[in-house]
Design a protein around this ligand. Structure first.
Ligand code: DAH
Length: 365
């Protein structure tokens, strides 16, 4: 029986020393497995005399239970240790400093672009686009500006040296109005689009750059009239400038592709040399608009006796300058990081008419 005691102590010691689950399992197999130490000992019971067998059987069982219990307890302890080690290794140190503030900024022009698209988008306008390099037909002729039309001279056009279409040089488009034609050539009314994009004219001072941006608007349907035009644009400026009261007025004007044509002014004040949009007794021109000229519809194969439409063109850069009080247009394109930090917007604060255009809670800048 001493022998059994020593064996048990030895086996329990081995169990206690097992340092991994794999070691412990190997030990279990070598002791309790089919050919294990204790299993082999049990097999010898058959050859024993009956009294001896009873005592030995009991002793073997006690040994077996003790070792099995010890292995089970050790297994649990090793598993716990393993989980704890994993938890410790995967722990996140919440005391680490937060990531540094996002460095990049959204350019105020593209902030404005997104805002305008959000406002018109909510009114049901889709966004259309066209090429920056245009042919004479789309940029001029189809917009009721035939060759030698004096209005062509108003737009200091960049002509491309290479390539021609129908004997006319290609141009850098002078107006997003060209996309009116491109869209109506490929889509039948009802049409309801805005066209944000780059435009080019040979001009350079504090309010003009050779590359600038416009947003064109076009609606064509069977019952579109001047009242729709007025309502739509009045609603736009109020939502865009985030003001309840922005008076608007329409002055007669001339554009070859609209008849009648108008320019829209918005209310402002210029008290103490500071320009403020809103009801201030003064006026500021903001966009050109009008009812689509029948010749434009005809150029796109649309019957002007059935369809009418209105169109408008807004200088996007000018909108950005007005809304965000940026005095010089040229600074938009100078890539000065200090300027971007000052006038830029935090990325991912995407403007929407629901969550706010330029504001979400606080100022996004
Ligand atoms: N294309 C004009 C320009 O660049 C702006 C404009 C005026 C567009 C009236 C329009 C419009 O669609 O109806 O000066």
């Amino acid at each position: 029986m001493d022998e059994m005691k020593t064996l048990q102590e030895d086996l329990l010691k081995q169990v206690g020393q097992a340092s991994s689950l794999a070691d412990l399992d190997a030990l279990r197999v070598s002791v309790l497995g089919k050919k294990g130490l204790i299993t082999e000992k049990m097999k010898t019971l058959g050859q024993m005399a009956p009294e001896e067998r009873k005592a030995a059987g009991q002793a073997f069982n006690t040994l077996k239970d003790a070792v099995a219990d010890a292995i089970a307890a050790k297994k649990e302890a090793l598993e716990d240790a393993e989980i704890n080690a994993r938890l410790a290794a995967e722990a996140v140190d919440v005391t680490l400093p937060v990531r540094p503030e996002t460095q990049g900024r959204i350019h105020p022009l593209y902030q404005t672009y997104d805002e305008v698209v959000a406002v018109f988008g909510q009114m049901g306008f889709a966004v259309a686009e066209g090429p920056d390099i245009e042919d004479d037909f789309h940029n001029f002729s189809a917009l009721n500006m035939p060759k030698n039309h004096p209005a062509r001279q108003m737009q200091d056009t960049f002509y491309l040296q290479k390539g021609e279409e129908n004997g006319e040089k290609y141009v850098l488009r002078t107006q997003t109005s060209a996309v009116q034609i491109r869209f109506m050539e490929n889509n039948r009314p009802p049409v309801r689009i805005i066209v944000p994009g780059r435009t080019y004219r040979c001009d350079y001072d504090a309010t003009h750059a050779p590359m600038f941006h416009q947003i064109e608007g076009l609606i064509v349907d069977t019952e579109t009239n001047m009242a729709h035009l007025k309502g739509c644009l009045a609603e736009f400026v109020r939502t865009f400038f985030e003001l309840d009261d922005v008076p608007v007025r329409f002055r007669p004007s001339f554009f070859p592709f609209t008849e009648p044509s108008a320019e829209m002014d918005i209310g402002c004040s210029r008290a103490n040399g500071e320009l403020k949009i809103g009801n201030g007794g003064d006026w500021l021109e903001i966009l050109g608009c009008g009812m689509v000229h029948p010749n434009v519809l005809r150029a796109c194969g649309i019957d002007p006796d059935v369809y009418q439409g209105f169109a408008f063109g807004i200088g996007l850069d000018r909108l950005a300058m007005l809304k965000y009080a940026i005095p010089d247009l040229r600074t938009f394109f100078e890539s000065d990081l200090r300027w971007m930090k000052h006038y830029g917007f935090v990325p991912l604060d995407v403007p929407s008419t629901g969550s706010g255009l330029s504001m979400t809670g606080g100022n996004k800048r």
